[in-house]
Design a protein around this ligand. Structure first.
Ligand SMILES: NC(=O)c1ccc[n+]([C@@H]2O[C@H](COP(=O)([O-])OP(=O)(O)OC[C@H]3O[C@@H](n4cnc5c(N)ncnc54)[C@H](O)[C@@H]3O)[C@@H](O)[C@H]2O)c1
Length: 267
């Protein structure tokens, strides 16, 4: 069933602006939002500029929406005040607004960095321990807990998607395991907003890569079938970059280079 209005947050960013172009069929109206400039509204769009940290603005932003594709926020490690404002305060504001307005379905862009210290040798499913590799990862784990809380208490359904490396193409050898193609992302968004009962699953946003360690079998009921495989980029990467150094954290932890990042406020 087509939604009346789908909100896309972070719609000026990389994933949000891609989905803005490719998920218009999911709702009669797409409301796009960001704190940055979003350009002019297309015929089927409403443009609302807002900072997620502004609770009053977010309350207005969510009014009238049936679903939220939530990409807005700090998308990498950053100073604590920045991570806190966008990913902790901002996410709380979003879920509170969803509860208030009866908006019952959310795609939450979580991150692999919520569980970044797991080695890629394990079979990693939705039951693994939370072991964030950065403050950013901690904020993503907070978001997953918040999603579960609003589901258990208020029935708001969320997909907590631990996106790994969503890029137009894999950029290094690590991404032969972690790549999520843009097309597979859009396929997943479509399933999240059309499956009759979503619940509150946690899954890895990873394509059908030969080297994937992600086990999403607990979310098979979504009917998401990723179709792209990073391995098709291996020859290009070998040619451009040579063979990678196997001692890099890229190959010892799924969080890769994030495990060695400093606390940003120290540097
Ligand atoms: N791209 C990836 O590979 C990847 C991997 C894991 C998780 N994610 C998550 O997916 C989401 C989108 O990622 P992206 O790569 O498009 O990032 P991005 O940085 O390109 O986009 C994020 C957008 O959020 C907006 N934003 C930040 N703080 C805001 C605030 N306080 N109020 C309103 N808008 C705010 C920014 O202006 C930006 O346009 C992020 O939540 C990120 O953590 C992405």
């Amino acid at each position: 069933m087509t939604m009346k209005r789908l909100l896309i947050t972070g719609a000026a960013g990389a994933l949000g602006s891609h989905c803005r172009q490719h998920v218009a069929h999911l709702a009669e109206t797409i409301r796009v939002s960001d704190r940055d400039n979003l350009g002019a509204a297309a015929i089927h769009e409403e443009v609302v500029q807002a900072d997620l940290a502004d609770g009053k603005a977010v309350m207005g932003l969510v009014a009238g929406c049936d679903g939220i594709l939530h990409f807005g926020g700090q998308a990498t490690e950053g100073p604590w005040s920045v991570v806190r404002n966008s990913n902790i305060e901002g996410l709380y504001n979003l879920y509170e607004a969803a509860r208030h307005h009866g908006c019952n379905r959310i795609f939450y862009a979580s991150s692999i960095h919520a569980v970044g210290y797991h080695p890629p040798t394990e079979n990693l499913d939705d039951k693994i321990d939370i072991v964030p590799d950065t403050l950013y990862g901690v904020s993503k784990a907070f978001g997953e807990a918040l999603a579960r809380f609003y589901h258990a208490k208020f029935g708001i359904e969320s997909a907590c998607v631990r996106i790994a490396s969503c890029q137009p193409q894999p950029q290094n050898h690590r991404m032969l395991a972690t790549w999520l193609s843009y097309d597979d992302l859009v396929r997943l968004v479509e399933r999240v907003f059309t499956v009759p009962v979503l619940g509150c699953p946690t899954l890895f946003g990873v394509s059908a890569n030969d080297r994937r360690w992600a086990d999403n079998s607990a979310a098979d009921y979504l009917g998401w079938k990723p179709q792209d495989n990073a391995e098709t980029h291996r020859h290009r990467l070998d040619k451009e970059q040579g063979q990678p150094d196997p001692s890099l954290p890229d190959f010892h932890f799924i969080g890769g280079p994030y495990v060695t990042m400093e606390i940003p406020d120290d540097v």
